[in-house]
Design a protein around this ligand. Structure first.
Ligand code: GRF
Length: 188
């Protein structure tokens, strides 16, 4: 079973996923896609001999070429791991029920356009939330609104600040994102 990972930034989740599936003989990461040619995610792919593809917003919106590439590679699940561009409807209908996203809050709280990375954590802090967490969900045509697959929580105290929240979220992502992908792919 083949997976493609989409990422825009440092790619710590891409690295976690690549490392997690290294010992798995049936699940292969065949492609890492980014809209940012200097994304750390592409370096992790290169270091692990995984094919890399850089796309721009127009290519994503047009979708035909990228969808063809994914079908050629027999990709069965597209994983958005810190990918910041909106996936167009054309792409979604081509990969129905086969695109998932990682969001660093307990959706439906703190989701939607502009809610990514530290923007999410700052909003969580400002709202004095007692807990936060991660959500793994299917992608539909609206930001962060697709059906939820799994959520994992972490407790917050008055001592927490931006950097401690980032650390707590990263810990949850490392612990649970790759294993949730594994469970999901066996059900597809
Ligand atoms: C992660 O916190 C993820 O939840 C969010 O964007 C961040 C990406 O981090 N969607 P990285 O690029 O995987 O390090």
């Amino acid at each position: 079973m083949n997976l493609a990972l989409f990422a825009s930034g440092t790619g710590s989740n891409v690295k976690n996923i690549i490392d997690f599936f290294k010992k798995n003989e049936t699940i292969n990461i065949v492609l890492v896609v980014s809209n940012n040619s200097s994304a750390g995610a592409l370096i992790h792919a290169k270091n692990n001999d995984i094919e890399q593809l850089t796309i721009d917003k127009d290519a994503l919106n047009e979708s035909t070429t990228i969808c063809e590439t994914l079908h050629e590679q027999e990709v069965e699940l597209v994983v958005l791991a810190g990918f910041l561009l909106k996936i167009p409807e054309k792409f979604i209908s081509n990969f129905k029920g086969k695109i998932i996203n990682l969001h660093p809050s307990l959706l439906p709280k703190f989701g939607g356009k502009g809610m990514y990375g530290n923007n999410v954590h700052k909003a969580v802090l400002a709202a004095k939330e007692k807990k936060t967490g991660i959500t793994i969900h299917f992608v539909n045509e609206n930001y962060d609104e697709g059906a939820i697959i799994e959520q994992f929580e972490t407790v917050l105290t008055n001592e927490d600040d931006l950097s401690s929240i980032v650390e707590k979220i990263k810990k949850l992502e490392k612990l649970y994102f790759p294993s949730t992908i594994e469970r999901l792919i066996y059900k597809l």
